[in-house]
Design a protein around this ligand. Structure first.
Ligand code: AMP
Length: 471
């Protein structure tokens, strides 16, 4: 691999190369106009590095995650290349294929294509599962330049001969590490086999596991390599704190924190879909409107929940990792880990939802005694201790919350999912605790959950008092 290693060393908003502007990158005028309309003045580090490489026609391996401006990093030069090498778009035969792991990311990427390409005569569509296939089939009968798709639904269209991939000149694998984590490797291989040999390939990934390296070696030819700092080295913008609290008290604590700090926009992560639903219901009952977003929800419900949250109509969105992946919510002030993820990298992704585009943010984690090992792993990864704080004035409920036991420990490294909620659904269904039929004797764990609670457990000497703002 002929790689040019460069580390721009910053996130989207944190440090932007002040000497460079978009026009210096050689992008076509209509694209520069659209960028100006979007309010961007300077390219982010990933954009400054990736755009010239893509414009030169080479393959690219990019290490960047959501929040770095990576979407414009590949969208802008691809729009330029498609525009300057103009050809008449053909029905059902895209020239550019962008694959993403999730529906939300696909929708957001296509939105970016439309935003930056609004003064160009290029056409695009987005395609993902979980929604009626017929409108997509109808759209494929019209001319198409750029297709943004999740792998499963794309293969459905291939199987039904709605689409011809032999005209693809540009391929992007966005969040390739997530696609592999979610079990898409065979789907990707099947799709690659349908593409013409001669094409330009871009691979974006937040992490470089051996599987990613193998994929990159097979896919890319003499790629340029760009990387921007991982959020775990550039997360200074995010104030991180931990509340040590029993699992059974977490709902009352989070409700207290939201109310006393008057948090207006909070993204809460739970480990399971069931947990997300339950928490959203309880908060809503407690007077805090909340919606849950996860793979079992219909696409319509997910889109509506996200739109309501973005518009500020509901202050709380509860999400699982997979559903939240790639959500582009600008300047989200508050992220809460209702449970810590068992993969420390997921913590980094989660807190990456806040402190974006130069804004400061806060990430609060509610940690039960059984999650201390996850906390240690996270602290090892981010190379720092996260301050433990207590919520001033919070009194745990005297009566035990009728809380189900904490989510089961994951059996495997990662939940499997196909971005359309099916595999993820199966994996999580298996992982759900069986409900005890009423009247049956309680398990030891359940008995313990019913005992009157001591105040939140706290290893001695580890507490700092949080201020009023809970930061
Ligand atoms: P992404 O990493 O592609 O998800 O982008 C993260 C956020 O950064 C998005 O909300 C973009 O609108 C924003 N963004 C992208 N490029 C720039 C730029 N050059 N200047 C300021 N914000 C940007």
């Amino acid at each position: 691999m002929n790689t040019e290693v460069s580390n721009a060393g910053a996130d989207a908003g944190s440090i932007i190369n002040p000497t460079l502007n978009f026009s210096a990158l050689g992008l076509a005028q209509p694209i520069l106009r659209a960028i100006a309309d979007a309010g961007y003045t300077t390219p982010t580090p990933i954009q400054a590095k990736a755009i010239p490489l893509v414009l030169s026609g080479g393959d690219l391996l990019a290490g960047a995650q959501t929040g770095t401006g990576k979407t414009a990093g590949f969208t802008l030069p691809l729009l330029h290349l498609l525009h300057t090498k103009h050809q008449h778009a053909q029905a059902g035969k895209p020239r550019c294929l962008i694959l993403t792991p999730t529906r939300e990311l696909a929708a957001q990427v296509e939105e970016s294509v439309k935003t930056y390409g609004k003064y160009l005569h290029l056409t695009s569509m987005v395609m993902f599962g979980g929604v009626n296939i017929n409108p997509q089939t109808a759209r494929l009968r019209k001319p198409l330049d750029i297709l943004v798709a999740t792998p499963g639904r794309l293969l459905d269209h291939v199987a039904q001969k709605h689409i011809d991939l032999s005209g693809v000149e540009f391929l992007v694998l966005d969040e390739a590490d997530r696609m592999l984590d979610m079990g898409f490797v065979h789907d990707i291989k099947r799709i690659l086999a349908l593409l013409p040999k001669q094409r330009q390939n871009l691979l974006f990934s937040a992490t470089f596991s051996n599987e990613i390296k193998v994929l990159a070696d097979n896919l890319l030819h003499n790629p340029g390599f760009v990387e921007v700092a991982r959020r775990n080295t550039a997360s200074e913008l995010v104030t991180q704190t931990v509340h040590l609290v029993k699992q059974a008290h977490k709902t009352s604590l989070i409700s207290y924190l939201i109310k006393t700090n008057d948090w207006k926009q909070v993204l809460i992560f739970t480990r399971t879909k069931h947990g997300a639903n339950r928490l959203a219901e309880k908060l809503t009952k407690d007077g805090i409107p909340a919606a849950a977003i996860h793979g079992n929800k219909s696409q319509g419900a997910r889109t509506k929940a996200l739109a309501d949250f973005k518009a500020g109509n509901i202050p709380v969105l509860v999400a699982t990792d997979i559903a939240a992946r790639g959500l582009d919510i600008d300047q989200l002030p508050q992220v809460v880990n209702f449970e810590l993820p068992n993969m420390p990298e997921d913590y980094v992704h989660r807190i990456g939802r806040t402190g974006r585009a130069g804004a400061s943010g806060a990430a609060v984690s509610l940690v039960d005694g059984e999650e201390m090992k996850y906390l240690k792993d996270i602290e090892k990864l981010i190379k720092r201790e996260i301050p433990k704080v207590v919520a001033e004035g919070y009194v745990p409920p005297a009566r035990q919350e009728t809380e189900a036991p904490r989510p089961p420990k994951p059996q495997q490294r990662r939940p499997q999912g196909n971005g359309q909620g099916q595999k993820q659904g199966q994996a999580q269904k298996q992982a759900q605790p069986k409900q005890k039929p009423s009247g049956k004797p309680l398990s030891e764990a359940a008995k313990h959950q019913r005992k009157p609670q001591k105040p939140a457990f706290a290893p001695k000497g580890q507490m700092h008092h949080s201020g009023n703002r809970g930061r």
